[in-house]
Write a protein that binds this ligand. Structure first.
Ligand code: ATP
Ligand code: MG
Length: 342
């Protein structure tokens, strides 16, 4: 869809060119702005140490959470919240303002026009998109393609931002980024520099990596967070039947963190999910499968996509559940240059 560009034009596509982002109105108020409202720097530092880097992030914590931070008394927390409310409106807004806010949502291209059209333009910021489906159906390949397309300028259907990648299965391949970047006419080295990557080994590690992201996202313009896959470690770390309730509770906590990150930092969250056998799928359905994670995961995802293999190299994506998309399908293909039209 997007032809490779000549080398002199290539430079213009790189993220180093930050002016465009700087011109945008501030998406969030940094927590240190509280100092101008009379909060002392020491208390601001305590909030940052607890992983709170923006005023929006502050309001996503309960008072109980905040007074749990060492050195913050109830009186201090009240003063801090009052000060934050002077900087950001956390109350009602009009429907028109809500519409205006929705306009700041960016759609990031998947690399396939058919898939983009199915998704109303691409993967949405301020939302969680979940892809589930059988092995080799293209979930991880889409993650790799998004690593690159997110860095395209918005007028090329990108997000003009950086990418954070949490890998729980060990399937991220930086060398795959190179041909994908070349296909989009971008410098592969610069593209790789704008991806921060972490391999998670336990569900706790995965959660801590999410907590650590707030500091990075409040400092630099990120537009995408990938978690591939969101559930794998939970299925390994909680194996006993009696552990299911605890697993779902911890999973809910992690998903709530993802929702908050999407809203606080205006990023798109793309997470993959595994499928499990569905014995209740009916005797006429051969090999019935359903997404793992149960209701907890179903409620957390804004847009749920089901991937499956089609003919040859073709893959099919079906909208499984989404607030404003019709339940339709798109056919795409996995190529050396990433996801593309079939
Ligand atoms: P899993 O559930 O096992 O994680 P997945 O849905 O993440 O599966 P992917 O890894 O995204 O699956 O897709 C694997 C498919 O991508 C394979 O069929 C493979 O042939 C194809 N593929 C990988 N690299 C390339 C490439 N460079 N060119 C073309 N196709 C490729
Ligand atoms: Mg995969």
């Amino acid at each position: 869809m997007i032809a490779a560009l000549k080398s002199e034009e290539q430079n213009q596509l790189q993220l180093v060119e930050r002016e465009e982002i700087d011109d945008e109105e501030d998406l969030f108020e940094a927590i240190d702005k509280l100092i101008s409202q009379g909060i002392n720097a020491g208390d601001v530092k305590k909030l940052q140490d607890a992983g709170i880097y923006t005023c929006n992030g502050l309001m996503m914590h309960t008072k109980k959470n905040l007074t749990g931070i060492k050195g913050l008394s109830e009186a201090k927390v009240d003063k801090i919240c009052e000060a934050a409310e002077k900087l950001v409106n956390f109350g009602y807004i009009t429907g028109s303002d809500a519409l205006l806010r929705r306009k700041s949502v960016v759609h990031i291209t998947t690399g396939s026009q058919a898939l983009d059209e199915l998704l109303g333009g691409g993967i949405e910021t301020m939302a969680i998109t979940e892809a589930f489906g059988e092995f080799r159906s293209g979930k991880t390949q889409l993650a790799h393609t998004l690593c690159v397309s997110t860095q395209l300028p918005t007028n090329m259907h990108g997000g003009n931002g950086k990418v954070a990648y949490i890998d729980t299965e060990g399937t991220f391949r930086p060398d795959r980024i190179v041909p994908i970047a070349e296909r989009f006419g971008m410098d592969p080295g610069a593209v790789l520099d704008n991806i921060i990557y972490a391999r998670a080994y336990t569900y706790e590690h995965q959660y801590n990596l999410l907590l650590g992201l707030a500091a990075k996202m409040s400092e630099e313009p990120f537009r995408l967070l990938i978690v591939d896959s969101v559930i794998a470690l939970f299925r390994v770390d909680f194996t006993g039947r009696g552990e299911l309730a605890e697993r779902q509770q911890k999973l809910a906590q992690m998903l709530s963190r993802l929702t908050k990150i999407a809203e606080e930092f205006h990023v798109a969250v793309y997470m993959t999910n595994q499928v499990i056998a569905d014995p209740g799928g009916g005797m006429f359905i051969t090999d019935p499968k359903k997404p793992a994670g149960g209701h907890v995961l179903a409620h957390a995802a804004t847009i749920r996509l089901m991937f499956r293999k089609g003919k040859g190299e073709q893959r099919v994506c079906k909208v499984f559940d989404a607030p404003n998309l019709p339940e339709a399908e798109a056919v795409f293909q996995i190529t050396q240059g990433g996801i593309a039209d079939a």
